[in-house]
Design a protein around this ligand. Sequence first.
Ligand code: SAM
Length: 223
Amino acid sequence: MTVEGNQAHYLAKVMRVGAGDAVILCDDLTGEWAARVVSASKRDVVLQPIELLREREPVPDVWLCPALLKRDRFDLVLEKATELGVRRIQPLVTRRCVADKLNLERARAIVTEAAEQCARTALPELGEPVKLDAMLGDWPKDRTLFFADELGGEPAAGAFAAHSGAAALLVGPEGGFDDAERAAIRAHPAARPVSLGPRILRGETAAIAATALWMAAAGDWHK
Ligand code: SAM
């Protein structure tokens, strides 16, 4: 197996691995392996997998669909959603978003580092930012879209606990959804408005809180 690009540079130049050294390899396909370095240069590092240490973990079937926020706040959402265990992060562009672009390579690096930090053997999928109406128009029929709405909805914990099957958590930007967006979401057959309590949470707080609540009520925290 050959590692290239930033990871090769990191292994060869930062970690200074050399031929014969032992490393832990996670391929996001089969799981985590003990491996040996065959050769190392700043361009590529050749690894020989030796022993499967952990199989790729099963990941709860929940997506997080957070509206783009200011960069440092969205970095937090990427990191925490990965740590908490989502299967997919689908960034959204809505009319009140302060940012409408995401540096995907940088976002992937944040997600990968967060996965390493929390010893995940499965990386969350990271979608390209998509406009709300396009996402709603192309929404998979079998996936419930829990819409975090500060204007009210079912208490989230109960709604999550009672749910079985594929799900997603939709969270708005700093300025919230505008009336037309809220109406379009609420009219969508897969949408279920949920409340995260009486206080108006910041976008990143709502995204992290909804995900943690999901994992506790319907995810893998009880395993
Ligand atoms: N529109 C609001 C305002 O400025 O008055 C604030 C939006 S809030 C900062 C960002 C997003 O977090 C909302 O669009 C919603 O998805 C979620 N959110 C915040 N507080 C919530 C609550 N108590 N219940 C459900 N969702 C909440």
